[in-house]
Design a protein around this ligand. Structure first.
Ligand code: MTE
Ligand code: MO
Length: 352
């Protein structure tokens, strides 16, 4: 990290927890260990009076109870979700917001009904271009009072695998993950997967809400229009080897054979390889990457045997995807501090 964080950033960091990195051991992240990010307050929702409204440019507006949503066709998808701000705290100059280092990620089994099916049922008008997903959580951000809302292009919803999820890892959504219903858009950074859904509105021009127009854009300067953030760039992380030193979290590893393990994902294309370095990126070896795992939208496990000799090491791993994207060694800065997928560096002391 570059500069100390403020009390306001600590306040955010204490509410919005990351995934402890040792949880990379599990294929599916145990529920309480999945990362969490909530802009405003977690709303309290009465499932009895809650309705999902589907309106706007549709032929047959819908108003559905939770039971009615649950009675529709259901699918379960293992999805790796990562916050677009993951890696922000490593940027220089410092970007003030939720100070994630690398831990804003998790993989969950989300069960719900395909968004495309529900839109087909409502009969989307020909002039619709996007659907706006509006949550129940209200707050003030950038001087604008708002309900958290994001839009997704219609073609992405009709051709894609997005679902309206009411279960995670086999249980009803807990309050913090969007009870009673949330959007899950596989492969995309987390901001698009709107929690506490109340309304889907088909619109005939691109939605201009704060979370589209201002947040979640890659900008070099404040007044750039910028490019919207969409899919997750490739990233890999190491299961922390050995044991940690309490304060620094430096890893202590006993000399000898050590299996280095980790996970890699990309929302753009399938992972095509992972390389590992034990000398801070000077030299690289190919790790063995798991092939089938939990499917296209979940991270892939990788492993590499390391003959650890006593001394000081910096371990790194670098993922690439089938579209040719590779993790950079150094971050690239942007105003919001988004999409920093620079390789992770793990300091290790090997003891004799
Ligand atoms: N309604 C609502 N949906 C939301 C958010 C929010 O603050 N309100 N945060 C978004 C962001 S930025 C992320 S990264 C993911 C986090 O999902 P999780 O907390 O279930 O891990 O939810 C997204 N959906
Ligand atoms: Mo996020």
């Amino acid at each position: 990290m570059t500069e100390p964080i403020s009390v306001e950033e600590l306040q955010l960091a204490a509410r919005n927890h990351g995934m402890p990195l040792e949880a990379l051991r599990w294929d599916v992240t145990p529920l309480g260990l999945h990362y969490l990010l909530t802009h405003y307050d977690i709303p309290e929702v009465d499932p009895g009076s809650w309705r999902l409204e589907v309106d706007g440019r549709v032929e047959r507006p819908l108003s559905l109870t939770l039971e009615e949503v649950r009675a529709r066709s259901a699918v379960e998808l293992a999805v790796t979700m990562e916050c677009a701000g993951n890696g922000r705290a490593q940027l220089d100059p410092h970007v003030v917001s939720q100070p994630w280092i690398v831990e804003a990620v998790g993989t969950a089994r989300w069960r719900g009904t395909p968004v495309g099916d529900l839109l087909a049922e409502a009969g989307v008008e020909k002039d619709a271009v996007e659907v706006v997903f509006t949550g129940l959580d209200r707050g003030v951000e950038g001087d604008e009072e708002q309900l958290y809302a994001r839009s997704v292009a219609l073609e992405e919803l009709l051709g894609g695998e997005a679902i309206l999820a009411y279960e995670v890892n086999g249980v009803p959504l807990p309050p913090q993950h969007g009870f009673p219903l949330r959007l899950v858009v596989p492969g995309w950074y987390g901001m698009t997967s709107v929690k506490w859904l109340a309304r889907l509105t088909a619109v005939d021009e691109p939605f201009d809400g704060y979370q589209m127009r201002h947040s979640y854009r890659l900008r070099e300067e404040d007044d750039d229009e910028g490019m919207p953030l969409t899919r997750m760039r490739p990233r890999s992380l190491l299961v922390p080897p050995g044991i940690p030193e309490f304060l620094s979290r430096r890893r202590i590893v006993a000399a000898g054979r050590c299996e280095l393990r980790g996970r890699a994902w990309s929302g753009i294309a399938d992972i095509s390889g992972v390389e590992v370095s034990t000398d801070d990126g000077e030299s690289w070896s190919d790790a063995e990457v798991e092939r089938d795992g939990l499917g296209r939208w979940a991270w892939r496990a990788w492993r590499l045997e390391w003959d650890a000799r006593p001394g000081e090491f910096v371990l790194c791993s670098r993922a690439r995807d089938a579209a040719g994207n590779v993790q950079p060694l150094e971050p690239s800065w942007n105003v919001g501090g988004y999409a920093n997928n620079a390789v992770q560096r793990v300091a290790v002391t090997v003891t004799g």
